[in-house]
Design a protein. Structure first.
Length: 232
């Protein structure tokens, strides 16, 4: 999905998270409780389809970045140790295999990074007796192997055909519209009263409702709550 979709999903999940956190404030309103329950269900449906199609979402993306950063750090550490050992032993063949900057790993495609790190790991294992004195160990190699596995698990996996993917993307857009309309037409309206009853909560809600255009360089951040305020 495009950045606008991701940004709106981030807004919806942030909004829902705030509402669930402050349930003690609004729980006496049955219509609001019903709307929030419906929003929870719509977001769950969207995330289920995203997981099935391998589409990224904010939670998965953040997790994947952490796994990637950790993998690159461990792999380059091993690469540097092998490089130092090869340089000391004047092993030009081995030296050529590990003579690259960390930026090269950072710019690899997701699947390519996993394969490249696996190759680095195998170089480490085959040269373990020589590189132990340079600061590595079997434990560190095992840790790198486990990190590669964790990283692979964080990658999206395509489980459906192209036609099914198109249908899923269409469904995602429909669900996003339903969720956005629910927030705009019902939840926004029912929360206006809290501007007087509990202004701190209402101001926090207004901030959560803003769609910040992360990754989009043009235009201003959407602020749909202003439309509600101008109409009531």
């Amino acid at each position: 999905m495009d950045k606008r979709f991701e940004n709106k999903m981030t807004m919806l999940k942030t909004t829902l998270g705030l509402l669930l956190l402050r349930e003690s404030i609004w729980h006496i309103s049955e219509p609001l409780a019903v709307a929030i329950e419906e929003l929870t269900g719509l977001i769950a449906q969207i995330e289920e389809i995203q997981q099935m199609t391998g589409e990224d979402n904010s939670g998965l993306s953040a997790s994947k970045k952490l796994e990637k950063d950790a993998l690159i750090k461990q792999a380059f550490e091993l690469t540097s140790i092998i490089f130092a050992m090869a340089s000391r032993n004047k092993d030009q063949v081995l030296l050529a295999k590990v003579d690259f900057p960390i930026s090269e790993l950072m710019h690899l495609r997701e699947s390519e990074l996993a394969t490249r790190c696996k190759n680095i790991l195998e170089l480490g294992r085959s040269n373990l007796p020589q590189i132990i004195t340079f600061g590595t160990s079997e434990v560190k190699l095992t840790a790198l192997d486990e990190q590669i596995a964790h990283y692979k698990l964080s990658l999206p996996v395509r489980r459906i055909s192209v036609s099914e993917l198109k249908a899923a993307n269409k469904k995602l857009k429909e669900l996003l519209k339903q969720a956005t309309d629910l927030v705009t037409d019902q939840i926004d309206r029912m929360l206006v009263q809290f501007g007087t009853i509990n202004p701190d909560f209402y101001n926090a809600y207004l901030n959560a409702r803003k769609v910040v255009d992360y990754g989009i360089r043009h235009g201003k951040p959407e602020d749909p709550i202003n439309q509600v305020q101008n109409k009531v």
